[in-house]
Design a protein. Structure first.
Length: 323
């Protein structure tokens, strides 16, 4: 009897009863591909979103890892499971879902915002216009987007919000749902990210820009930090403490002050220091954490770690994990 090479929690999508399976269902609604002939599921994201795919395998209790494709510009998750494919199809996630996907009616209302957040991370966007006003947009077919609109309108008390065709000269049912203004954008953030632990950090950070602009000013070492310069404060805290920026943001959102965050980071034993060398193996610099190295060299922390372990160059440098 042959043992399976890869294994998964095949009951993961059987019942949508947690943040994780609701979020990943939404993400698959947006960017997933379900092949019901060969019984596999595929999800491809940008390389910078590797962590959310890695977390997916963790939630699935799988021994598999995402793979890099197209010159490492993208990362891909593959699930070979007839049971998971069947459950996703029952939830409307089919191989021709672009024009046929319906908003699900069998998800607990307390979990719906997690599913929509997952969908937003795949087929949503947030941006700032020239007047410094933020906008949130959802793209998709009319049936699904109408469900998103109904949920947001009900919870945010919005009336008469209309959708518009994405391609005016096309006969398809792909539409756009847009919300504008910093106040409304913050309300959407508060709703979709309530009690959230799963999200794409790059989109989360844009929402935080709205919150920073509206809600608070932080004072540290005689300097006041708000929307226009709060990233400088994050730089200072990261350099001193070695904490990930996501942890810094999380603790600010939980009411910690700057000194408390720095003290916590200094005592954090999970930090990994890294050094950079040129191609002649000459020492160039040391960073207190992988995240600091990635930010200051415009690259990815996971890629630094992975290539350092394999003694391969990355971004024309060699990297060494400091013991």
């Amino acid at each position: 009897m042959n043992r399976k090479k890869y294994y998964y929690d095949e009951h993961f999508f059987e019942v949508i009863n947690s943040e994780s399976n609701a979020y990943y269902l939404g993400l698959l609604y947006a960017d997933g591909y379900v092949n019901d002939k060969l019984d596999y599921v595929e999800l491809t994201l940008l390389e910078k979103d590797f962590k959310i795919l890695e977390r997916f395998y963790f939630e699935l209790k799988s021994n598999r890892k995402p793979i890099y494709i197209r010159n490492d510009k993208y990362c891909r998750l593959i699930i070979n499971s007839k049971k998971i494919v069947k459950d996703l199809i029952m939830l409307g996630c089919t191989n021709n879902k672009t024009h046929t996907l319906n908003f699900p009616d069998n998800i607990n209302e307390n979990l719906t915002h997690h599913m929509i957040r997952g969908y937003f991370d795949g087929d949503g966007s947030i941006w700032c216009d020239k007047r410094n006003q933020y906008h949130v947009q959802f793209d998709g077919n009319l049936n699904f987007i109408s469900g998103v609109k109904k949920f947001l309108n009900k919870n945010l008390f919005i009336e008469n919000k209309q959708v518009s065709k994405r391609h005016l000269n096309s006969e398809n049912n792909i539409v756009v749902l847009k919300y504008g203004g910093n106040c409304l954008t913050k309300k959407i953030f508060d709703l979709l990210y309530d009690d959230a632990t799963l999200y794409l950090e790059r989109k989360y950070e844009k929402f935080l820009s709205v919150i920073c602009q509206q809600d608070y000013v932080i004072e540290y070492d005689g300097v006041h930090y708000s929307k226009h310069n709060v990233s400088n404060l994050y730089d200072i805290i990261e350099t001193i403490s070695g904490l990930k920026r996501s942890k810094i943001r999380s603790r600010f959102n939980s009411g910690w002050n700057v000194n408390e965050i720095i003290e916590y980071g200094v005592r954090d034993k999970n930090k990994v220091s890294v050094s950079k060398y040129n191609l002649n193996d000459e020492f160039l610099n040391t960073y207190i954490s992988l995240e600091e190295a990635a930010r200051k060299n415009n690259c990815n922390s996971d890629s630094i770690s992975r290539n350092a372990k394999k003694n391969r160059k990355y971004k024309n440098y060699y990297w060494r994990i400091n013991k």
